[in-house]
Design a binder for this molecule. Structure first.
Ligand code: ZN
Ligand code: ZN
Length: 261
């Protein structure tokens, strides 16, 4: 499986894009930045979005990705362009009520027509695997102020764990430990240690709290753990704090990363 980092930051500045990972060209894990990080052709190849939760930094580009489908149609390509969003029922309800509600953005679940829409919302349920484009996906609830799931991605017997936004949590580590061929973990690490109070309040990790959580991960030091959701303005401090932990195969992601798992 190929995992291309489109954005891996918990804030948007020039050169720092919001959370989004592209798996094998057609599946997105969260949609903070695909419209910024991909060409129109690459955007058009997207067929699925596994959506962890409805915070704006993860849904922003659902709106723009849908709108860009129309650009492609104006260019003469009328082939089916539907994207299915896979998320918890409560998250899909929030998208309907508060995002694709004709006030914030047009309802692309009915555009160009209800029968052949640009976006389709698919309800998923914790720990019930589903298959998309040859990949098996399982949502695992994590610890965030709104309903949020990480994802286990299994492609041809190789697994990836994406924690999504979370403070300290248990179940995802039990599932990670049970995988026969886990190749990588992508994990929340948002704030430097001095902002532990803010991490606790907002359901995120600091390097110190993250290390306490990683004690639950049996393969620490052997299976790579890649960190995302860093606040760009505290990157220097966090780099030093993470280096000081001195854990093999633990590092922050960057936007040029493409992981081959
Ligand atoms: Zn969040
Ligand atoms: Zn976030």
């Amino acid at each position: 499986m190929r995992v291309k980092v489109l954005g891996c930051y918990g804030g948007q500045l020039i050169g720092f894009r919001l959370t989004s990972f592209l798996i094998n060209d057609s599946i997105l894990l969260d949609a903070g930045s695909p419209a910024e990080g991909l060409s129109l052709d690459e955007q058009y190849a997207i067929r699925h979005i596994c959506l962890s939760h409805t915070h704006l930094d993860h849904i922003k580009d659902i709106a723009l990705l849908a709108d860009n489908r129309a650009l492609r149609c104006m260019g003469g390509d009328m082939s089916n362009s539907m994207i299915t969003i896979h998320s918890l029922p409560e998250n899909n309800a929030v998208l309907r009520r508060h995002f694709l509600n004709e006030h914030i953005w047009p309802d692309f679940t009915r555009i160009p027509s209800p029968e052949d829409p640009t976006l389709r919302l698919h309800d998923i349920h914790p720990e019930q695997p589903f298959e998309i484009d040859g990949v098996t996906v399982t949502a695992i609830p994590v610890n965030h102020p709104v309903p949020c799931t990480g994802f286990l991605i299994d492609a041809h017997g190789k697994q990836l764990i994406y924690t999504a936004d979370t403070g300290c949590t248990d179940r995802i580590w039990e599932i990670a430990n049970a995988q026969p061929n886990l190749r990588a973990v992508i994990m929340d690490c948002s704030f430097p240690n001095e902002y532990q109070w803010l991490a606790d309040k907002s359901g995120h990790q600091t390097p110190a709290a993250m290390m306490r959580d990683l004690k639950k991960f049996d393969a620490l030091g052997r299976v790579p753990v890649y960190l995302y959701h860093m606040k760009p303005e505290s990157l220097n401090i966090m780099t030093a704090e993470i280096e000081a932990l001195d854990v093999p195969h633990l590092r922050m992601l960057t936007q040029v990363d493409e992981l081959l798992l």
